[in-house]
Design a protein around this ligand. Structure first.
Ligand SMILES: Cc1cc2nc3c(=O)[nH]c(=O)nc-3n(C[C@H](O)[C@H](O)[C@H](O)COP(=O)(O)OP(=O)(O)OC[C@H]3O[C@@H](n4cnc5c(N)ncnc54)[C@H](O)[C@@H]3O)c2cc1C
Length: 449
């Protein structure tokens, strides 16, 4: 059962200090103003809220649930990726390099912000290669700057006697770590709140009236105006854009179910294999969370409650391949849902040896602005959330000026920054074509585990 972080519900909903309520008279509906309203307090929404609040934006986070991060953000392996897995495992080199860079950036940001979230400081993590091209894997890691050290089979076997070495062709000491993501989320919330962000639990936008959102809250319907709305609602994003606007917007988001097996701790050190179909072991004190490469099945409902027995059996076999001894008596298989955007027919298809083709989930970040004033974002991985937040912030900064006062500035609002000469140039076809291309590239995402 995932542990949960309580939502610090705003004591009132009057907006942050400099965004005063615009209308408030007895009997009238109260409208509070914010620069940015974020829907969803998973890892993506929390990173975005913290970063925007620090930049002086008045931020409100609306979380539909009673607690925050109740879904993928706390039900994952807690593996803070360092670019190692995706840099090596994604079949197409340039996609692998891009995802590895994004992930490494998120890794560095996460550890710089919350080093105390690392679950264990004294254990190590190892990556194994069975049949992948070792020189190619090493060259990708080197190009991106993923830290690694190749070690001998003998050294590995001495350090991690629990793991089989047969059929493993290369052993690496790497920097990936397991984190207690609740520690990270608590710190993000506290830091965002310290910088003026408000959090409202049990609250979700029901409808829009221009840039005013009507929100169902525990105390009734409230209205919030914002200069920009960001939907960071994970599996809820698709339904949000399909139902909240006059004209439905279909973002073609897909849901994928994959499985994890929680086991009483099976090894001292963390280990993951880069090859398709193999297992990964991240430890959290007395528990090991085992994950499985390529265990993703397209589903239509975001159900975390039921597992697919066939997938779990295949996952157990992968664990037996990895571990010398595995006792499933205390094992708890569970499901987790990943969300991605369909990159288009035929693009992300895995062709099996027998010629059968399957769509594959993408792992990269995706985000976009389907309507004026409305953005959405998916991190792909918890580890990529700071990176995608930065991309989204660059879109926000081009359109919304922060209004909150900052210490050290005498005026009520933020000091205005002089424009660069290029900011005053008229938009050119080339510039907007470039922006479109990069938006399409972003939407195309990446594939992998
Ligand atoms: C099996 C599995 C293992 C994984 N392991 C890892 C890992 O070890 N490391 C890693 O980096 N990544 C991992 N990932 C990926 C990672 O967990 C996700 O990419 C990430 O948690 C997604 O975060 P999110 O904030 O976008 O979504 P979510 O965590 O789903 O958060 C969305 C939030 O929005 C809320 N919400 C929904 N609808 C609304 C609405 N209408 N209004 C307001 N709020 C709403 C939800 O209640 C929720 O709190 C894993 C994924 C899977 C499937």
């Amino acid at each position: 059962m995932a542990q949960r972080v309580s939502v610090p519900v705003a004591s009132d909903s009057a907006g942050c200090s400099s965004c005063q309520p615009r209308i408030w008279r007895p009997g009238a509906q109260r409208v509070s103003r914010y620069d940015i309203v974020i829907s969803g307090a998973g890892v993506a929404g929390l990173w975005l809220a913290r970063k925007l609040a620090k930049l002086g934006y008045c931020v409100l986070v609306l979380e539909k649930g009673r607690v925050v991060a109740a879904y993928a953000s706390t039900r994952n392996e807690g593996w803070l990726h360092c670019g190692t897995y995706h840099g090596g495992a994604i079949p197409v080199r340039d996609i692998a390099l891009r995802v590895a860079r994004q992930t490494l950036d998120g890794y560095r940001q996460t550890l710089a912000f919350a080093p105390e979230a690392i679950e264990e400081k004294t254990t190590q993590t190892f990556a194994l290669v069975r049949s992948l091209d070792i020189a190619e894997v090493e060259s990708r890691w080197s190009e991106v700057g993923v830290p690694f050290e190749r070690i001998t089979k003998h050294e590995f076997a001495g350090l991690v006697p629990e793991v089989r070495t047969k059929d493993v062709s290369a052993f690496f000491r790497v920097n990936d770590v397991s984190i207690n993501n609740r520690v990270l989320y608590r710190k993000l919330i506290k830091d965002a709140a310290r910088n003026g962000a408000r959090f409202l639990g049990n609250a979700g936008i029901q409808s829009f009236d221009g840039m005013r959102a009507n929100v169902e809250t525990p105390s009734g319907i409230e209205s919030f105006e914002a200069k920009m709305f960001v939907c960071a609602a994970g599996f809820g994003i698709r339904e949000f854009f399909l139902t909240r606007f006059d004209k439905p917007v279909d973002l073609a988001l897909r849901l994928w179910k994959s499985h994890l097996i929680d086991l009483p701790r099976v090894a001292r050190h963390g280990v993951f294999c880069l090859d398709s179909g193999e297992a990964t072991l991240m430890h959290h004190k007395q528990w090991t969370i085992a994950g499985f490469n390529s265990d993703s099945t397209a589903v239509t409902e975001p159900s975390f409650d039921t597992v697919m027995p066939g997938n779990v059996e295949a996952d157990k076999v992968a664990l037996e391949r990895m571990l010398r001894h595995v006792d499933f008596t205390g094992a708890r298989p569970r499901a987790c849902i990943k969300v991605d955007q369909d990159p288009g027919a035929g693009i992300d298809v895995f062709v099996a040896a027998d010629g059968t083709s399957y769509p594959r989930p993408q792992l990269g970040i995706t985000y976009g602005q389907p309507l004026p004033g409305h953005l959405w974002m998916l991190p792909g991985k918890m580890s990529e959330a700071p990176y995608v937040a930065d991309r989204v912030i660059s879109l926000i900064q081009a359109q919304v000026t922060p209004t909150r006062a900052v210490a050290g500035w005498a005026g009520k609002a933020l000091p205005r920054i002089a424009k660069r000469p290029i900011d005053g140039y008229p938009a050119t076809d080339t510039a907007s074509a470039g922006a479109d291309r990069s938006a399409r590239r972003t939407a195309a995402g990446e594939r992998g585990k």
